[in-house]
Design a protein around this ligand. Structure first.
Ligand SMILES: Nc1ncnc2c1ncn2[C@@H]1O[C@H](COP(=O)(O)OP(=O)(O)OP(=O)(O)O)[C@@H](O)[C@H]1O
Length: 391
């Protein structure tokens, strides 16, 4: 709980309305300091209210805010309010802690090299089981990383083949969240041995995508303690030497699954279409793009496209998923643009109904995905996300 803060400190604007309270921080780049707010969310009408804690005054009157929902309410969540990236660092009162604290357990879901090509289907299974993806990144294990991660199995006879397998290609690490998520995710995985999974849990992830006792598609932490340790391994709270990126930076194009599509739970569906259409996701990273970065990324559209400012606002309106896309063809960028379809989803639905924007876009701004326009910009855009922002 935030020290010195009590429930009585701030009167809710309407005593009858249920509200959730969090302590939120925002790094103010101009003042170079961290500002703290009490953030209130009223589920009744999806409205928010904010108070500046240090100055003890109202910062934002109660306002309807459709982009914030109950799914965003957990510690560590990042949300964008008028282009400020807020991070929830604590519960603001005991009521919120008791209502939301126990519900929102987090664990690690690690997609092993043999199932990365099935990532879309796995993410759909998460959504269907009310499991939310909070963080995601693709990494390439070195032998040292893999040995450290599987330290407890060092003396086992299968240790060397496990390390060979885990270093044979990229893995995708996800911080996932939901009610009893550690147990739920391990149930979705099925037994460790693929053969046993096929006979006792034929719809499990390991039954569907594993091939033997070692190559078994995915991993889940086995307890709350290992979840905390393993999440720290992939998503360290303090900067440390990073696990290796996987981006190839050649014959590639950049795709960004936009915040509205992430929020609507469409990530799995979009990834499935991309992967089933013969493209390979060779790097990925879920992140909240800061406004200054969104402006920089879209700079070539400034003064050229009327929607520039709205495009910037959408890109920093919550978590988005950046992807490096490659393929066996030597014109990946051109072919991938064809899969995305016309920028306006209405036009796409008429002319190219099987494209990503036709299927998942809402309007010209919330059109599901950004993709690189000019093939020669593919590497530059991928570099922006995977050399500059990811690190
Ligand atoms: N008997 C075995 N033979 C070959 N490989 C094995 C064997 N047992 C485990 N492994 C490999 O080592 C990994 C870690 O083993 P562990 O006993 O921790 O299984 P798990 O908890 O079901 O799997 P994970 O930790 O990957 O979720 C397994 O997922 C599998 O890839």
């Amino acid at each position: 709980m935030f020290p010195g803060y009590t429930d009585a400190y701030i009167e809710p604007s309407s005593a009858q309305d249920e509200r959730y309270s969090f302590i939120a921080e925002w790094y103010d780049p101009q003042a170079a300091l961290i500002r703290r707010y009490q953030f209130l969310f009223y589920p009744k009408d999806s409205s928010i209210e904010m108070y500046d804690i240090k100055n003890r005054r109202k910062f934002l009157s109660r306002t309807k805010f459709d982009t914030v929902g109950i799914d965003n309410l957990y510690i560590g969540s990042q949300i964008s309010i008028y282009s400020r990236q807020l991070t929830f660092v604590d519960f603001g009162d005991k009521f919120t802690e008791s209502k939301l604290g126990s519900k929102k357990e987090k664990t690690l879901a690690l997609i092993k090299p043999d199932a990365v090509s099935k990532l879309g289907t796995i993410v759909i299974a998460l959504r269907e089981n009310d499991i939310q993806v909070c963080k995601a990144k693709m990494v390439q294990f070195s032998r040292k990383d893999a040995a450290l991660f599987y330290e407890e199995h060092q003396s086992k006879p299968f240790f060397n083949s496990l390390i060979d397998f885990m270093t044979s290609g990229p893995v995708v690490a996800m911080e996932i969240m939901g009610t009893n998520v550690t147990k739920k995710w391990r149930e979705l995985l099925g037994p460790t041995s693929t053969a046993e999974a096929r006979s006792t849990a034929p719809n499990s992830i390991r039954a569907m995508f594993g091939s033997d006792d070692t190559r078994n598609a995915a991993h889940g932490s086995d307890s709350a303690d290992s979840a905390a340790r393993e999440l720290e391994f992939f998503f360290p709270s303090r900067a440390r030497c990073e696990l290796a990126n996987t981006a190839k930076f050649e014959n590639c194009t950049c795709c960004v699954i936009k915040p509205h599509a992430v929020k609507a739970g469409l990530v799995g569906d979009i990834l499935t279409v991309i992967q089933d259409s013969g493209f390979t996701v060779t790097d990925l990273c879920m992140q909240n793009v800061e406004k200054a970065n969104a402006e920089e990324f879209y700079e070539i559209y400034k003064g050229v496209v009327a929607e520039y400012q709205n495009m910037v606002n959408e890109l920093c309106n919550g978590p988005s998923l950046a992807l490096e896309i490659t393929s066996k063809d030597d014109d990946t960028a051109v072919k991938f643009r064809e899969l995305c379809g016309p920028a306006d989803p209405e036009i796409a639905r008429h002319l190219r109904p099987k494209t990503l924007r036709a299927m998942f876009g809402k309007d010209k701004i919330q059109n599901a995905v950004h993709c690189t326009d000019l093939p020669e910009d593919g590497i530059l855009e991928v570099e922006y996300f995977f050399r500059i922002l990811k690190n």
